[in-house]
Design a protein around this ligand. Structure first.
Ligand code: HEC
Length: 342
C-alpha cells in the first residue's frame, strides 16, 4: 500500500468497487476529504485487452486442431456414435467450455451426402470444410461455410477425395452437446482425436447416454460456473475483503482489520479456503483446457496463499495490498473468459 493516510471506505470493497474505486475516490475525496482508497496503479481495466486476447482467427484454431493441437486424445465423457434406423451415421460430441473439436467423414471424390447437425441449445462457431487425402500444399483445405449457428442441414458433394466435416467451437463456459447425422456415400464418420493418441471408439449411445463416464460420475460439475463464481468465489473473496480497510460513520473511523489473534486466524482460514477452492476450477468438465485458464487459476491460488502468510505476520498494509492483488488475479481470468465481469 503506498497511501500514507488511513484508507477509508464507506463499506468493505467488493470486486466491482475495487475496480471503480479510483473513480469514486475522486468524488469522495472532494466531499469528505479522505485519502484515496486505492493507488491509481490498481485501477487498470483490462477488459478491452482481454477481448483482443480471446480472439484467435478461426482458421488458425482449425489448423491447430487439424495438427492435433487442441483435439482431445480420446472420447470425451458423453461422446457417442450410432447408426440411425434409416442407415445414417450419427455422432454426438461434447464441447467443453470454450473447446473446439472436429467431426469428419471420409469420402471419395464425387461422393454425396446429406447432413444435419444441431446443438442442445446454444449457438456455436462452426466451419464446414474439407482436407484432401493428398494435400497440394501443407495445411491444404477448403472452407465450405462458416459462422455461428445452433443447427444446419444440407446436401454436399465432395470435390476431392479426403475428409470433409465440421469444426465446432463452444463460445461459452457451459458444455455444449453437438449431434451430427450424415447419410450417403461415406466411408467413415467420426470425431477427430489428437494425432498419435491411441484412439478408442466413443461409447455407443446406450452406454454413454445412460450413465455418463466415470469422470463425470466422480466429479459433480452440474452447478453452472456462473453460480460457482457468485456463490463460492465471490463469497470467499468477500470474506477476505470485508476484513480489510476502514469504515467511517457518525461515531468516527473504524478499522475492519482483524483485532486479535483469533480474528487473524479466521482471516487465515478464509485465505486458505480460497486457495484450496481454486482446484474446483480445474475439475474435468469445468476447466478450460488452455494455458491461460490454468495460469489464472494458479494466480488466484498464489494470491490467496500470500494473504494467508500475511495474516500470520498480522501486517495490515501488506495484507490489504495483497487483497488488491487478489482482485487483479480474479480479473486476469475474467478479462479473457468473461469480459463483462469486473
Ligand atoms: C479461471 C477463470 C476464473 C477465475 C480465476 C475467476 N473467475 Fe470469476 N468468472 C469466470 C467466468 C468464466 C465467469 C462468467 C461465468 C458465466 O457468466 O457463465 C466468471 C464470473 C464471475 C462473477 C459473476 C457471477 C455472476 O453472477 O454473473 C463473479 C462475481 C466472479 N466471477 C468472481 C470471481 C472472484 C472473486 C474470483 C477470484 C477470487 C474469480 N471470479 C476468479 C472465470 C474465473
Amino acid at each position: 500500500m503506498t497511501a500514507t493516510g488511513p484508507q477509508i471506505e464507506t463499506a468493505p470493497p467488493t470486486l466491482r468497487q475495487l475496480n471503480t474505486a479510483v473513480l469514486i475516490a475522486a468524488g469522495a475525496a472532494a466531499a469528505i476529504s479522505i485519502a484515496a482508497v486505492l493507488p491509481a496503479e490498481y485501477g487498470v481495466d483490462p477488459t478491452g485487452i482481454g477481448r483482443v486476447l480471446g480472439l484467435t482467427p478461426m482458421g488458425e484454431r482449425r489448423v491447430a486442431q487439424a495438427n492435433g493441437g487442441k483435439a482431445p486424445a480420446g472420447p470425451v465423457a458423453g461422446d457417442a456414435i450410432a447408426t440411425t434406423p434409416d442407415g445414417g451415421r450419427r455422432v454426438r460430441i461434447v464441447l467443453g467450455p470454450y473447446a473446439g473439436r472436429e467431426v469428419k467423414a471420409a469420402m471419395k471424390a464425387g461422393a454425396e451426402l446429406t447432413y444435419r447437425w444441431s446443438t442442445d441449445g446454444a449457438p456455436v462457431e462452426f466451419e464446414f470444410h474439407g482436407e484432401p487425402d493428398v494435400p497440394r500444399t501443407p495445411g491444404d483445405y477448403s472452407s465450405y461455410a462458416k459462422g455461428m449457428k445452433a443447427s444446419a442441414q444440407g446436401r454436399f458433394k465432395a470435390g476431392f477425395a479426403g475428409h470433409h466435416g465440421w469444426y465446432w467451437k463452444n463460445p461459452t463456459a457451459t458444455p455444449v452437446v453437438v449431434t451430427a447425422i450424415v447419410k450417403g456415400a461415406v466411408e467413415s464418420f467420426a470425431p477427430i482425436y489428437a494425432k498419435g493418441a491411441a484412439v478408442a471408439a466413443p461409447a455407443t449411445d446406450s452406454v454413454a447416454g445412460a450413465a455418463g463416464s466415470v469422470e463425470t460420475t466422480r466429479y459433480a460439475t452440474d452447478l453452472p460456473l456462473k453460480t460457482v463464481m457468485r456463490a463460492v468465489f465471490g463469497h470467499a473473496a468477500q470474506e477476505i475483503w470485508k476484513r480489510q480497510g476502514y469504515v467511517s460513520d457518525a461515531t468516527g473511523v473504524h478499522s475492519l482489520f482483524p483485532k486479535d489473534a483469533e480474528e487473524w486466524t479466521l482471516a487465515e482460514n478464509d485465505a486458505l479456503s480460497l486457495a484450496e477452492m481454486t482446484n474446483i476450477l480445474l475439475l474435468p468438465g469445468r476447466r478450460v483446457d488452455e494455458q491461460a485458464w490454468i495460469d489464472s487459476v494458479a494466480g488466484v491460488r498464489k494470491s490467496a496463499l500470500t494473504l494467508a502468510a500475511l495474516t500470520r505476520k498480522q501486517d495490515k498494509d501488506a495484507y490489504m495490498e495483497a487483497g488488491l492483488h487478489l482482485n487483479d488475479a480474479c480479473n486476469a481470468c475474467h478479462a479473457r473468459y468473461a469480459p463483462g465481469v469486473e
